[in-house]
Write a protein that binds this ligand. Sequence first.
Ligand code: SF4
Ligand code: SF4
Length: 665
Amino acid sequence: MHIQNIVFIVLFLAALSLFTYNLLRIRTYLMLGRSDNRFSNAGKRIMKVLGIGIGQAKIFRDPVAGLMHAMIFWGFLVLVTAVLEAFIQGFYSGFSLGMLGSVSQVFFASQDLFGLLVILSVIYALFRRYILKPKRLTGDGSTNADATFILCMIMGVMLTMYGVNATKSLIHPEYASYYKAHFIASHLVFLFKGNELTFYNIFWWAHIVIILTFMNYLPYSKHFHIVTSLPNVYLSKIGPQTLDTEEIDFEKEDVFLGAGDIEQLTWKEMFDGYACTECGRCTSVCPANLTGKPLSPRKIIMDIRERTSEKAPLLVAGGEIPAEIESKKLISEHYITDAELWACTSCMACVQECPVNIEHVNPIVDMRRFLVQSESRFPEELMTVFGNMENNGAPWAYPQSDRLKWTEGLDITVPVAAEKNDFDVLYWVGCAGSFDARYQNVTRSVATLLDKAKVNYAVLGTEEKCNGDSARRLGNEFLAQMMIKENVETMKKYNFKKILVSCPHCLQTIGNEYKEFGGDYEVVHHSEFINGLVAEKKIEIDDSKKTDQKITYHDSCYLGRYNDIYEEPRELIKKTNKGELAEMKRSKDRGLCCGAGGGRMWMEEKIGKKVNIERTEDALETNPDVISTACPFCMTMLTDGVKEKGKSEEVKVKDFAELVLESSK
Ligand code: SF4
Ligand code: SF4
């Protein structure tokens, strides 16, 4: 063994030990968090890693920056062969992939090709960062220095690889015929002739030292995502985005009342911090951020990571935490403020956009839970809303006995579950459907369509309570769980096959979140259900009644991003209208929130531009006759927006169920 091999082995083992130490160190920090099972459904998780991780599917939502990043990522995968070759040579100098014979030519050619693509991508990344300066790469304390250092190291790895590849054909002439496959490096050989051994050693050592330095710099850099992003995609939620649930049982000693600091977050919420690339894609689509609120989802994740780095080592070490560290807290002016947390509409645009599947909404709601349940600190207008939910089972001040008032004046009879017991479909009317004067017309339209189609259905009437969505998203988990459990008990009394809802918030909560509370139901939104009735000709559209209007459709976040329903409402609009269906510039999974989700419906909007105005402007840009919606909250927000823009006379806001009824036989 040569002295060179011994020096390499010592360096390699030292670097590997330091890297392993850092991984274990971070693991001990994560162990401080609450438990969260993210290991079920291995098959589905692997598919996600293949699509979003290896395939870089979400990265390409920004095509130019996406291509640049994907080239670097795929380049790294391909260039593993060059790194492996160099490392094996550290143990045994005579090794060469040329030993594989003609197969090695595939590796050599791909190394040169992807090496070039990576170099071009790094140059573009530096150009973009320093010359183009896109807004999303700045702010939130994110700096260029770390990224520049990493990009320079990547460039160093590539250049030294070409140096090694150019000189090795002179060192290992026995493989020279295979080395010709290095279609770039082979043209550089002439530069090193005569001093090939010296140059080879310089390039090889530089290559090794840069890689080992890079590896050990990562745990201290935002580029640690190179290590954590694929695991983070693997560990991300399978299926619909639901809130983490812990039953609130005051009999328990350690009942979870919210996250005031990192040790009350789940380990996964902390891990997200280590996976963030600081790319800013989340913040660039956040409706709160876009309208001047203090919330930036990227900052939330970066703050969680910063606070973890500050406090976790002290918690792991045991002993007393210095008062100046303990007093800082995660929710404070040092990190995340109350105003940031209350600005979130839970629209999920950030989660949708994040290339490494970070889940911002869960920690935001966990922190809201802390504010509400541990600190009793929340915007004062919520006091009335919580009181109404507690006393009336609805955010509005109407008594539960008024829940059937929407049926008054209808020329059909609306069947009530208590009088029917067995039925196929339980029509869950919801609070807005029961009490909101404008939205009652949508409820009446749906009921009339059900009656026309002879659907065997019933409503709960005065037995129905708020589904709990707003209370949950506002952090009042105790109140939400109380209403959810009561609703589950009520529904247990009846035999039905599925639940029909008009409100996407009911769809999300009852359909995806009641399972945690023993209520496992098939829940369908009225867009899917009515579309089915039209397809089966149980509801027939009268061609002579079809409207001829320009209609634009606003995607509800809870219908679209949460439940992947984009086409059914559009299909119904097309079936009932001869005019154009005009898409807004931000639509489908890129749609902008109306501003009402996450309980914001019940809160005043005092900072920045109103989100509903921003969205109404998107809609008005299409010059519509009608803005069609699929959610009671969206309907309220857009109706208010149209009114504020002085367009109420020309532009109507309608649910597509109303359009179907108007054009049906
Ligand atoms: S859920 Fe929506 S409002 Fe909340 S942080 Fe994400 S993008 Fe912003
Ligand atoms: S959370 Fe995701 S989208 Fe946001 S900055 Fe981090 S990696 Fe980018």
